[in-house]
Design a protein around this ligand. Structure first.
Ligand SMILES: Nc1ncnc2c1ncn2[C@@H]1O[C@H](COP(=O)(O)OP(=O)(O)OP(=O)(O)O)[C@@H](O)[C@H]1O
Length: 343
């Protein structure tokens, strides 16, 4: 559906929340899942040293994002989300492991390649609306700037191409009427829409967003999230959003959770048949635990707590699953019931 169609339908009966959620999920379905990936991180490590103390912010993180995917990255404060995003943005370099985005190896890039990478291969939208835009340029000029910085030759033909791309992006993000306004004359939500257009100006392999709705009220945030879905659906952009916003995380096809510097689990959502649902379908979700190269998984803490599993579990291989049980042969003995010391 084009933005024109979207506008044409906006005068009709508003669609139910369930319908919108279904449409968003169906639209987020990657076209060629598992084929050539936009992002591949393999055993990524980032160690910071502060006051002679080492902090392992990323501890062997694995992540693959397919082209055309729309992924939310979630995790507790300090889990390593910003560290990962800074590496993917080309602003920081991992200590070990491998990472490639759009075919660029993030560990071996020269300073010059890194600059080109940041201008052309990735686009970012930051939480602070002011960080995304130059205050003295209009919305259209802000969107044109990354194309001009690319230094492409071509005179009038290039200018025409740039103007067409600016028009296409402002139209897709529903802000064509605001093209001549400066950031101070725009609301926070409008500024973030312009920021998305700026980030997409050079048609990057990946659009990265760090808490893009963090400074917005929930209604405006919903509109910005819809804008990410629109560019994912209509322009085919691959989008990775770090967020605390449960609404964002709840509506994408794939939510990846980061825990202690590793990807720990993923929630995949898809349409499943449901005879009781209005349209015979509902959104089904399933949580998966990630298995790293060494065969490690991070079991959810509440699962372990529920069965009193600590330190050691009994693992048995069955025909189609692995059973993990509390260590019944060596139950933990509480201090009160421990036999008295014979000595
Ligand atoms: N420059 C730095 N120097 C030292 N330690 C750092 C640095 N940056 C991050 N860390 C540490 O690395 C770990 C991961 O931090 P990171 O900012 O990536 O987490 P986060 O998941 O983005 O958290 P939040 O949601 O609060 O932004 C934390 O323990 C943090 O204190």
């Amino acid at each position: 559906m084009t933005t024109e169609d979207a506008r044409a339908t906006s005068g009709q009966e508003p669609r139910s929340l369930a319908e919108l959620r279904r449409a968003a999920l169906a639209a987020a379905e990657p076209s060629n899942h598992g084929a050539d990936a936009a992002i591949v991180c393999d055993r990524l490590v980032r160690i910071y040293t502060a006051d002679k103390v080492e902090v392992q912010a990323l501890q062997g993180l694995d992540l693959t994002v397919d082209r055309g995917d729309l992924v939310a990255l979630v995790g507790a404060s300090g889990s390593g989300k910003s560290t990962l995003l800074n590496i993917l943005a080309g602003l920081d370099v991992p200590s070990a492991g491998s990472a490639s985005v759009g075919g660029c190896d993030l560990l071996t890039m020269t300073a010059k390649e890194r600059l080109r990478y940041r201008r052309e291969v990735v686009g970012f939208v930051w939480q602070q609306t002011a960080r995304n835009l130059l205050p003295f340029l209009t919305a259209a000029q802000n969107v044109a700037l990354p194309m001009q910085l690319r230094g492409e030759r071509g005179g009038r033909a290039a200018r025409r191409r740039h103007a067409a791309r600016v028009g296409e992006l402002l139209e897709a993000l529903d802000i064509a009427a605001l093209a001549d306004r400066r950031p101070a004359q725009l609301s926070g939500g409008q500024q973030q829409r312009v920021a998305i257009a700026v980030a997409l100006a050079n048609d990057p392999a990946v659009l990265l967003a760090d808490e893009p709705t963090g400074e917005l009220d929930s209604e405006t945030a919903a509109g910005i999230f819809e804008a990410f879905r629109t560019v994912n659906r209509e322009l085919g952009s691959t989008v990775v959003i770090v967020t605390h916003d449960p609404m964002v995380a709840g509506e994408v096809r794939r939510t990846v959770a980061i825990r202690d510097g590793r990807t720990s689990s993923e929630v995949l959502r898809s349409l499943v048949p449901d005879a009781e649902a209005e349209d015979g379908e509902r959104i089904g979700e399933r949580e998966y635990l990630m298995v790293d190269r060494a065969g490690r998984i991070q079991l959810p803490r509440h699962f372990l707590a529920a069965l009193g599993m600590e330190h050691r579990v009994a693992a048995d291989l069955a025909a189609d699953h692995i059973a993990l049980r509390p260590d019944a042969a060596h139950p933990r003995v509480s201090a009160a019931r421990r036999p008295a010391d014979p000595s």
